[in-house]
Design a protein around this ligand. Structure first.
Ligand code: AMP
Length: 380
């Protein structure tokens, strides 16, 4: 009986535990809070990610360790590797934790990126803004997610405001300035690499964000084969460069037919939730197969799928489930403004049927604005 240890007990760990049950896997979750939602399905150790006591107990009860979030301190991941196999490896984790290291690796691997520069001082920021041009975005190198820790610089007057907002972070988590990409679409590759190096990717996904947070994902993205192949090749090179094991996501901007890499998530990803119902093998199952050394499953799609994120509070399940093709995921979390509390995946055999189901759900739940860009893309 294999026990998989997961650092972090949020919805990703919860969905991993749910998908691992049929494989006969056991789980153990380490989280800082006792009410972490994965704890509803897996035993938990509550403690600090750097605390020796918690880590020692966690390590003593598991056969392999993985993560449900990337900001696990690198020392903790390193400490664990001396005791159990850890996937993805700490170097991959450390690279993906730091936007500067990540973008540098992308560039080394021939994956195009927006112009970027490391920023330590106000003077460097001024020089980099002049160099990169406006608009641009100042971001924290570490610990930023879902658009947090970012400041958009649209005109010269914003430079001081950006420094006032984020300058204090320069010494703590570092800063990076990036050119703003006037993209037409945001895409992601969700892919998996096994312990033996086998690589598989799900069909490309198109994503829509609102205020920096994922709102909807559509798969397969309606792009031509050449663009898809380029995106998948980027993901493969990245996985091989990092000797990556497990699922990861590569987020890409598409501007005038060109792909630019934004960031990599070293874990199962929100833009891959549709794989639970929309694919032969979900990202959660394939991640577990990868980290436990099992053969990977097919990443083929079943028709067309759209995932809608629920933020703040869950909509009414019965209303949504009255629409054919809707699948419901309630993470069992207390409502809170902006919090990811659940999602729905709509699956259909054709784009037209999926668009109609989205229209029905949008109307029934009063979420017309959320579904509108997906419907427009499907019917394009
Ligand atoms: P991130 O936290 O880097 O994933 O950023 C969150 C969202 O902000 C992205 O999904 C984009 O919608 C937007 N964004 C981030 N960086 C850029 C950029 N360089 N150019 C344009 N939009 C961006």
């Amino acid at each position: 009986m294999t026990t998989v240890g997961i650092l972090g007990g949020g919805q990703l760990a919860r969905m991993m535990a749910l998908s691992g049950a049929p494989l006969g896997l056991r789980f153990m979750v380490l989280d800082t809070v006792a009410d972490a939602c994965a704890g509803q399905f897996a035993p938990m150790v509550v403690g600090d990610y750097t605390g020796q006591a918690a880590l020692t107990e966690f390590a003593s009860r598991i056969d392999v360790a993985t993560f449900d979030f990337e900001n696990v301190p690198a020392e903790s991941a390193q400490w664990l590797t001396a005791r159990v196999p850890v996937f993805p490896n700490p170097r991959a984790l450390a690279t993906a934790q730091d936007r500067l290291a990540e973008k540098t690796l992308f560039r080394e691997q021939g994956i195009p990126v927006p112009p970027f520069a490391a920023i330590d001082t106000r003077e460097q920021l001024q020089a980099a803004v002049a160099d990169i041009g406006m608009p641009c975005i100042l971001k924290t190198r570490r610990l930023g997610y879902d658009g947090k820790g970012q400041f958009r610089i649209k005109s010269a007057g914003d430079v001081d405001a950006a420094w006032d907002a984020l300058g204090a972070q320069a010494a703590k988590v570092g800063l990076i300035l990036e050119g703003f990409v006037a993209f037409q679409r945001e895409l992601s590759v969700v892919a998996v690499r096994g312990r033996d190096g086998e690589f598989r990717a799900w069909p490309l996904t198109e994503n829509w964000h609102v205020d920096g947070v994922l709102s909807a994902s559509l798969a397969p993205a309606q792009v031509d084969d050449a663009l898809r192949d380029t995106a998948l090749a980027h993901a493969r090179r990245l996985a091989e460069a990092l000797d990556y094991v497990g699922v990861f996501a590569l987020e890409l901007f598409c501007r005038d037919g060109e792909l630019l890499a934004n960031e990599m998530a070293p874990r199962v990803h929100n833009s891959g939730h549709w794989t639970i119902e929309g694919s032969e093998t979900s990202q959660f199952e394939n991640h577990l197969r990868a980290v436990t050394g099992l053969p990977l499953g097919s990443t083929a799609m079943r028709g067309h799928a759209c995932m809608l994120n629920w933020l703040g509070a869950m909509p009414d399940a019965a209303t949504a489930l009255a629409v054919e093709g809707v699948h419901w995921h309630d993470y069992g979390k207390a409502p809170r403004v902006g919090r990811k509390v659940g999602h729905a995946t709509l699956r259909a055999d054709s784009p037209v049927v999926l668009a109609d189901a989205l229209r029905q759900v949008g109307e029934a739940l009063g979420r017309q604005a959320q579904v509108a860009p997906v419907i427009a893309t499907l019917l394009d």
